[in-house]
Ligand binder design. Structure first.
Ligand SMILES: Cc1cc2nc3c(=O)[nH]c(=O)nc-3n(C[C@H](O)[C@H](O)[C@H](O)COP(=O)(O)OP(=O)(O)OC[C@H]3O[C@@H](n4cnc5c(N)ncnc54)[C@H](O)[C@@H]3O)c2cc1C
Length: 390
């Protein structure tokens, strides 16, 4: 490592020692996540202190330019910062789709006015963003959206409905795909627009799920308004913004741990149940070892992809969401299997490690659907990497 980077790494370590409370260096249960919001809530004083220290430093968005509230770090410095935060087991200071998905596309496609209006607020965790892409008639075939937007005198009037919108009932703003031309090829008539959800005629209905929880909503727009200046990229050119945002979403999903998802090692679970010497456990042990090897390979591919992406498009990026989410599902299956009969306990009746395992096992089923299903990822890989015809 170069001397300057070594020095930076030492500086980061000292800063973490001074600013990251001990309790913020432990695995984070979902109930203790800090979501960026105009009404931000902290589960503890330590969480609040950690959030403010990270925001002050601009390290929630380490690579964004400092004039937009970022840390102004270069690629290598940001990589070291992430590595050191991970090494110390630091919790993410905030969960924010604005940081992981919208911000990067604003930096790429936004106007100077949009960057100045939104990026510093995003970095400071002041807005809860939700994603308005899917519709009742548009999921895998996303370009089929029909929510319409009509422009008149600098204002869009929007009519239609979005579905599966995670946490829309808590969100302040939505980044949204709307149809602005019905007469052309599907992809050529879509615009990407930022919508303030705190206005009349926005109706948000949570969708009850089997588990009793409800992160999903259906959102109804009845002639609601959005400023023309809040459209990202030219009118009818929103598909390219959407595709880029999905790349960021899929990269984030490939690295859920960096977003604070709880991780539990199957081998630790197996050890904790003292089942290693029981008959039949050798097969499970072998499966866990193979899984850990695949996991390491995926992590190495992620690092290689990040390096290659600096010089433009890296084809391996298209494989990461598929490989990583499928493997994460296997991880939770192995965790449940390692708990033996205890792994069958349902969420409400379980506690401690079992509670996290059973909850995460159920939720992991969603990873291979959200952000584009595994079948769609395989279609993308076969077309764009292997060159097969559709
Ligand atoms: C946890 C979670 C969070 C989500 N959050 C959001 C959100 O915040 N905002 C948002 O806009 N959306 C969100 N979604 C919706 C998500 O993007 C869609 O569920 C996903 O794109 C699939 O669309 P669909 O549900 O309409 O399924 P469909 O498109 O109807 O697909 C049904 C099945 O058919 C398969 N299939 C479809 N087309 C093909 C094909 N061409 N080739 C092979 N197989 C195919 C699919 O793989 C799937 O198995 C979320 C979903 C989940 C699970």
């Amino acid at each position: 490592m170069e001397d300057s980077l070594k020095f930076f790494s030492e500086e980061v370590d000292a800063w973490i020692e001074e600013n990251c409370p001990e309790s913020m260096r432990t695995p984070m249960p979902v109930s203790e996540q800090v979501w960026a919001s105009s009404n931000i809530q902290f589960p503890s004083d330590d969480a609040k202190r950690w959030f403010h220290s990270m925001v002050k430093k601009g390290w929630c968005t380490p690579e964004w330019p400092s004039e937009y509230g970022g840390g102004g770090l270069n690629f290598d410095e940001a990589k070291i910062l992430k590595q050191r935060l991970r090494f110390f087991g630091c919790r993410p200071a905030q969960i924010n789709f604005g940081i992981s998905m919208l911000g990067p596309v604003l930096l790429e496609f936004g106007t100077e006015e949009q960057k100045q209006e939104f990026l510093p607020k995003i970095s400071r965790g002041e807005i809860w963003w939700c994603q308005g892409f899917s519709e009742p008639g548009a999921g895998s075939d996303l370009a089929n959206i029909s929510t319409s937007a009509v422009l008149s005198k600098g204002t869009y009037t929007i009519e239609g409905s979005k579905i599966w919108t995670s946490e829309a009932n808590k969100a302040d703003w939505m980044y949204c795909l709307v149809r602005t031309d019905k007469t052309v090829k599907k992809q050529a008539g879509i615009s990407f627009i930022l919508i303030d959800l705190k206005q009349p005629n926005v109706d948000i209905k949570p969708i009850q799920l089997l588990s009793g929880q409800s992160p999903f909503c259906q959102v109804f727009f009845d002639n609601i308004l959005a400023k023309e200046s809040h459209r990202v990229a030219p009118e009818n050119d929103g598909w390219k913004v959407a595709k880029r945002l999905l790349e960021f979403e899929r990269t984030m999903m490939a690295d859920m741990e960096s977003e604070g998802a709880v991780d539990i090692e199957p081998l630790e679970v197996l050890r904790s149940t003292q089942a290693l010497n029981r008959p039949g456990c050798k097969t499970l042990y072998r499966k866990i070892c193979k899984h850990e090897m695949r996991n390491n390979l995926i992590e190495m591919t992620m690092t290689r992809t990040a390096i290659e992406s600096q010089n433009g498009f890296a084809p391996s990026a298209l494989t990461l969401k598929y490989l990583s989410t499928e493997e994460t599902q296997k991880r939770w299956e192995l965790n449940v299997a390692s708990l033996g009969m205890g792994g069958l306990e349902i969420v409400d009746r379980s506690d401690g490690v079992k509670k996290e395992v059973s909850k995460s096992f159920f939720y992991s089923k969603a990873y291979t659907i959200a952000g584009g299903s595994s079948e769609i990822q395989l279609n993308i890989i076969s077309k764009n990497i292997l060159g097969l015809t559709s």
